[in-house]
Write a protein that binds this ligand. Structure first.
Ligand code: HEC
Ligand code: HEC
Ligand code: HEC
Ligand code: HEC
Ligand code: HEC
Length: 362
């Protein structure tokens, strides 16, 4: 670890011990261990894009600061005495999510969190801090609002891709309650995935300092699997491939692949503009200018972003990205993932060929 990083961290820790840290932290060797754990985690990664993206500007803007800068988070939850729920100032760059993010009296007291849909969820306990940052930045409500009264299959220059953002585990875990995905009218969606009491909150599964999940505990209930991605408790074939041997993860990835194919078919035929997805490049959907089915590096550039959106395509692409941006979705809320994918495919199937008859909606 860089020495400068360590001294910054310990500087913060010294102040914290005086404030809100539990008694155990007063043991310095314990503190050293916790600091090592944290520095090895993504939250303590000073070099990550999540904490360096704004370095050229010199500050993290108000819209981004709550989740991408420790002082921004402190400002957002009101731990600095400012109003809670808003960021008042642009915040420091190179300021990852350290001890003072989660261990102030305001952070310890935080119990309810407002989601992008406007829904407030309470009773979150020690997972409340996680929920603030891992809730995404859009919701099914914002998708519906963007679409307004535009006819389903009309290409409109008023439409642009809406990105749910990254690491959206909390939005997925709470499912229908917080409407992180786009919900098709007339369908009902799974609410919070309650799993089992011992694996029902962020910090019941994720160690808060390393953020890692101890998977040995999973195997004590889910016996006979090599990897957690092989876990399944339901035996239906949701993705219609005739195979129910793999984990529930394979059903989700199977539907996700089919949704991508349907999005491409729809873009080419109804939108009259071939579309493709570039992993990790904002804003993700681009014109497939040479129609080869792939987005090459020279196609994955902002001026070539996809702009032939119809309401039907935008909704499906939004849900595609919700599933894409929660790689743990199969654990956080598998039913919700399957429902969003199924219904997005069903909507596109009104315009392009999708083998709906073999798909099952849970
Ligand atoms: C509600 C919290 C939240 C807000 C507000 C937010 N982000 Fe993020 N952002 C996250 C989280 C969480 C991640 C990391 C997810 C992960 O790695 O699993 C992330 C990751 C990123 C990344 C890294 C993506 C990558 O490929 O590694 C960029 C860039 C980013 N955000 C840009 C922004 C910008 C720009 C804004 C403001 C306009 C913003 N974020 C506002 C929560 C937020
Ligand atoms: C992302 C939020 C987060 C960050 C960052 C964080 N903690 Fe924690 N910490 C928690 C949560 C949540 C718990 C409580 C876990 C529980 O009760 O299940 C906790 C528990 C603790 C405890 C109680 C005993 C233990 O070992 O779990 C100590 C001490 C502690 N943290 C110190 C620190 C120090 C020192 C740092 C910085 C190096 C730090 N924490 C960074 C969230 C965080
Ligand atoms: C202040 C905002 C914030 C808080 C609070 C927060 N996170 Fe994060 N989390 C982030 C950001 C930003 C990243 C991405 C860091 C990076 O790219 O290095 C991240 C990364 C992660 C990752 C790794 C994702 C990946 O791409 O590998 C996990 C897992 C995670 N957080 C879980 C948690 C849990 C559990 C808690 C609560 C104990 C929590 N987070 C609290 C902002 C936050
Ligand atoms: C039942 C246990 C469980 C619960 C509850 C849970 N997670 Fe996860 N989470 C996992 C597992 C396991 C993975 C990794 C899945 C994989 O990669 O195959 C994961 C993945 C993640 C990731 C993505 C890591 C990556 O590789 O990009 C983030 C971020 C995350 N969880 C945050 C959270 C937050 C925040 C909460 C609470 C809202 C939460 N998780 C609740 C088990 C859980
Ligand atoms: C105490 C026992 C227990 C533990 C521990 C446990 N689970 Fe589960 N898990 C269950 C039960 C019971 C279900 C079925 C819940 C339901 O469908 O309502 C389930 C469902 C699941 C599913 C969905 C399977 C499907 O077919 O939809 C996944 C994925 C999963 N667990 C992963 C995990 C992971 C990963 C861990 C460890 C972080 C874990 N579980 C820990 C009992 C447990």
């Amino acid at each position: 670890m860089p020495l400068s990083a360590l001294s910054r961290t310990l500087g913060t820790v010294a102040t914290l011990v005086a404030l809100s840290l539990p008694v155990a932290a007063q043991d310095m060797s314990e503190l050293g261990r916790l600091t090592e754990e944290w520095l090895s985690s993504p939250h303590g990664d000073y070099t990550s894009l999540s904490f360096t993206y704004w370095n050229k500007d010199g500050e993290v803007p108000v819209a981004c600061a709550a989740c991408h800068s420790q002082p921004g988070f402190i400002d957002f939850i009101g731990a600095d005495g400012s109003t809670a729920g808003v960021v008042d100032h642009a915040a420091a760059i190179n300021a990852p999510i350290g001890c003072a993010s989660c261990h102030t009296s305001a952070a310890h007291a935080l119990d309810s969190v407002s989601f992008p849909s406007g829904v407030v969820v309470g009773g979150l306990g020690t997972s409340a801090v996680c929920t603030v940052c891992h809730q995404g930045r859009q919701s099914g409500i914002s998708v519906a609002a963007a679409i307004g009264g535009i006819e389903e299959d009309t290409v409109s220059a008023d439409l642009a891709f809406l990105n749910v953002h990254y690491g959206v585990a909390a939005a997925v875990m709470h499912g229908a309650e917080v409407e992180g995905g786009f919900h098709y009218p007339g369908k009902t969606y799974a609410g919070r995935f309650n799993h089992v009491p011992s694996a029902n909150t962020c910090v019941a599964c994720h160690q808060p300092h390393t953020t890692e999940v101890a998977t040995d505990g999973c195997m004590s209930c889910h016996r006979g699997v090599e990897s957690i991605r092989d876990i399944r408790t339901r035996h239906q074939d949701f993705d219609g491939d005739g195979n129910n041997a793999g984990g529930i993860h394979t059903e989700i990835t199977g539907l996700h692949r089919q949704l991508y194919a349907a999005i491409q078919a729809y873009g080419a035929t109804v939108g009259k503009a071939p579309i493709g997805y570039a992993y990790g490049t904002f804003p993700y959907f681009f014109n497939d200018t040479d129609g080869d089915g792939q987005i090459s590096p020279d196609e994955a550039v902002f001026p070539n972003r996809y702009q032939s959106w119809t309401p039907r395509l935008l909704k499906a692409a939004y849900n595609y990205q919700v599933v894409q941006k929660d790689p743990g979705g199969y654990v956080h809320n598998p039913t919700y993932m399957l429902q969003l994918l199924h219904d997005s495919l069903e909507s596109l199937s009104l315009q392009v060929d999708v083998g709906m008859s073999t798909l099952r909606r849970p």
